[in-house]
Design a protein around this ligand. Structure first.
Ligand code: FMN
Length: 146
């Protein structure tokens, strides 16, 4: 599992790091097909190479204007050959009205051959604690590996 994020004020990055920390503790040791990756900003030049070598990806970003931030949408489109057959879990942080901010990215990734389960996209208001992260790990496991 590798994490990819866009984060303006840090919420989405924090949420992803917490999620990965729990995921790596609970799920990764039982799977030897993949290995532990870090969390990469889409602005990090190593993000694309990190995606290439992983089968499972977690995206995290803020809902902006009820949808996916343009910079992230552009990143996904510019690298459209990357998503084929990847299992992808989506975390979208938000303030008040999520719109379909998580679903919109999910459908875009599916268009390029990514596998995002219906229950694999989560909007979240609360991104604060271990319990929250454990719940997301459970959800990702159900969504991606059922
Ligand atoms: C330009 C902009 C547009 C936003 N639009 C929405 C929105 O439509 N709905 C919503 O619930 N929150 C919206 N927010 C709030 C962010 O989604 C929320 O604060 C998020 O957790 C920020 O994550 P970040 O710290 O990773 O940037 C918006 C924030 C910004 C800066």
């Amino acid at each position: 599992m590798v994490g990819i994020y866009f984060s303006g004020t840090g919420n989405s990055r924090y949420a992803l790091e917490l999620f990965l920390q729990e995921y790596n503790k609970e799920v990764e040791p039982q799977r030897d097909a993949d290995f532990i990756g870090g969390a990469f900003s889409i602005e990090d030049g190593n993000a694309v190479d990190a995606v290439r070598v992983h089968d499972t990806i977690a995206f995290s970003y803020p809902v902006q204007y009820s949808t996916v931030p343009k910079i992230l949408r552009d990143f996904v489109i510019d690298n459209q050959e990357l998503w084929k057959n990847k299992k992808i879990f989506i975390i979208a942080t938000m303030g008040l009205f999520s719109g379909d901010g998580a679903g919109n990215l999910g459908r875009l990734l599916q268009k390029y051959g990514g596998e995002t389960a219906q229950r694999g996209a989560w909007h979240t208001l609360a991104y604060g604690g271990t319990l929250w992260a454990k719940a997301l790990v459970w959800a990702s496991n159900q969504a991606l590996f059922k």
